[in-house]
Design a protein around this ligand. Structure first.
Ligand SMILES: [Zn+2]
Length: 382
């Protein structure tokens, strides 16, 4: 689940940065419960990097001065991105995850540093390679400290040196320090939030309430139907979480572990994410894997990504059990394989959507995706 938190790595202004080379790689192991794309779950123990810094610094106590306003926002979603499908030599790195994947900063803010977990635990070489897609926005050093440079958006990418197919990304937005908070977002290009399909009247059971679209009571967010900017349940809804806990328990009984790596995402968070992808890959490509703001199911508070939001989750025993059983707990695989032209998105074995048990069973039994089942479209107007 996505949440806002104060940056744990924040250092007081003026504190001198140490050279990264003094930190041995051994210290980079983090304390974290880590999701592994292969379906195994491990608990890694060791020193986290901020702890390592404190130990190295010895004398200086790191704390924020009283009255200091912490303006940096860190989204503490843990997401793992791996694309490895081929067989690798033993000891290879197969997964990487970060303690946060989005950050909003201001020029002049101190550095932030996501904690990195590489898996498996016994991988031989956990070296990291860090790079910024735009150094005029933010730079990153050898151990992942991100420094805001100028207003704009960029992607900070960490890649496993051992296995360059394995990487994770932080979406960074840097606002102008003088800009008022409400207009801090440099990604002003907000998309149409009330996209209205031309065939609305023909869809059975479709109704609009407070700018959101429902079909037979099911909230719809796709490329045709957008949620209002203000739609914000504040997190995954209670019924979604209750259903997840049921699924989690049944999965555990069957021998599988499920963990939410991405839950609710606000309009603003999606706006940052999407525009960073557009800046990097262009609009056409970004549209195949990232929703425009207002169009993301994660804004409904009814959808979540489990274990590993990446192709490496496909074909795992966890993915197979999820596809066969999630309907029993009220979920559907929202973007099934072979339905890309209907849903508008590539196959996502890890993304489930709560629709309630009755609908989930009907949709599962039909073999159709949500768009086909209700006869709705998922296409941007442009
Ligand atoms: Zn998702």
């Amino acid at each position: 689940m996505t949440e806002k938190a104060q940056n744990p790595n924040r250092k007081p202004a003026g504190k001198k940065k140490k050279k990264s080379s003094v930190l041995p790689m051994l210290l980079l192991t983090v304390i974290a419960v880590a999701g592994v794309c292969g379906g195994t779950w491990l608990v890694l123990t060791g020193l986290d990097r901020s702890a390592a810094e404190k130990n190295t610094a010895q004398s200086s106590v790191i704390e924020t001065e009283p009255g200091t306003t912490v303006t940096t926002e860190v989204t503490t979603t843990t997401e793992t991105t791996t694309t490895t499908q081929r067989s690798l030599p033993p000891g290879s790195v197969t997964g990487i995850s970060l303690s946060f994947t989005e950050v909003v900063m201001k020029v002049g803010d101190d550095t932030v540093m996501p904690l990195v977990t590489m898996t498996p635990e016994d991988a031989e070489d956990k070296s990291e390679k860090w790079e910024s897609s735009d150094k005029s926005v933010a730079t990153v050093d050898d151990i992942g400290r991100i420094t805001p440079v100028g207003a704009g958006s960029c992607i900070i990418k960490v890649t496993s040196v051992n296995n360059p197919d394995v990487f994770a990304e932080v979406s960074v937005r840097v606002a102008d320090p003088d800009a008022p908070a409400t207009t801090a977002a440099p990604t002003a290009a907000t998309s149409q939030t009330t996209a209205r399909p031309k065939n609305t009247a023909e869809v059975d059971g479709l109704e609009e309430k407070d700018g959101a679209t429902y079909v037979h009571g099911i909230l719809i967010a796709n490329k045709t139907y957008a949620l209002p900017k203000t739609y914000n349940p504040g997190g995954l809804t209670k019924e979604t979480m209750d259903a997840f806990h049921e699924l989690e328990k049944a999965g555990a009984d069957a021998g599988y572990t499920y963990t939410i790596v991405s839950g609710f995402r606000s309009y603003e968070e999606q706006d940052t994410l999407y525009h960073n992808y557009v800046n990097r890959d262009g609009k056409a490509e970004a549209d195949t894997y990232s929703a425009r703001p207002g169009h993301s199911e994660h804004q409904t508070g009814l959808a979540m990504d489990l274990n590993c939001a990446g192709a490496a989750f496909h074909n795992t025993p966890e993915a197979k059990w999820l596809a066969e059983n999630c309907w029993k707990y009220g979920f559907i695989i929202r973007f099934p394989k072979g339905k890309e032209d209907k849903t508008g998105y590539m196959y996502e074995s890890w993304h489930i959507r709560y629709v309630g048990k009755d609908w989930a069973k009907k949709i599962y039994d039909s073999g159709l995706c949500l768009e086909e089942y209700f006869g709705i479209e998922s296409k941007y107007e442009d």
